[in-house]
Design a protein around this ligand. Structure first.
Ligand SMILES: Nc1ncnc2c1ncn2[C@@H]1O[C@H](COP(=O)(O)OP(=O)(O)OP(=O)(O)O)[C@@H](O)[C@H]1O
Ligand SMILES: [Mg+2]
Length: 129
């Protein structure tokens, strides 16, 4: 299995268009899955409005159970995945609006999502050792 990640720091620079068209190219050569990591679900929407020549999937994070199932499948397929999943919470857009990391929000519930990034940071540090 080959994995290609289309990513970039800036918004609106053509990540989705590139992902859709590279997946179209590779779908002529073999089974191709586009995993849409964009919360706007651009590729998923593109596919649902018409028909793309490959599978479009999403990995929904906690509290959705599907994310766990997908993680298990990816691991079984030999894809390296982090154990930690970052929960979906309105705390993140709130933190962005407040201009602080989520741990500095004055909101106990939102703050608790910081534990996800702490766990992920630890995993990354272990990987680097
Ligand atoms: N080669 C191109 N020529 C003209 N328009 C393009 C081209 N590539 C992308 N676009 C247009 O630019 C806009 C941004 O592209 P796209 O949605 O792929 O960017 P993105 O990086 O995925 O954005 P976001 O950060 O919002 O997810 C879209 O309207 C898209 O149709
Ligand atoms: Mg996009």
């Amino acid at each position: 299995m080959k994995i290609l990640t289309v990513t970039g720091y800036k918004g609106g620079v053509g990540k989705s268009v590139t992902a859709v068209h590279l997946a179209t190219f590779f779908s002529d050569l073999g089974n191709t899955v586009l995993v849409d990591g964009d919360p706007n679900r651009t590729s998923l929407g593109w596919n649902s409005r018409g028909k793309l020549p490959f599978t479009v999937a999403i990995v929904p994070s906690y509290p959705s159970r599907e994310g766990e199932v997908m993680k298990k499948d990816l691991k079984l397929g030999g894809v390296p995945v982090f154990e930690t999943m970052i929960r979906r919470t309105v705390g993140f857009p709130k933190a962005a609006l407040a201009g602080v990391p989520i741990r500095d929000l004055d909101d106990r519930k939102a703050k608790s999502a910081w534990t996800d990034y702490k766990a992920l940071g630890k995993e990354i540090m272990e990987m680097w050792q």
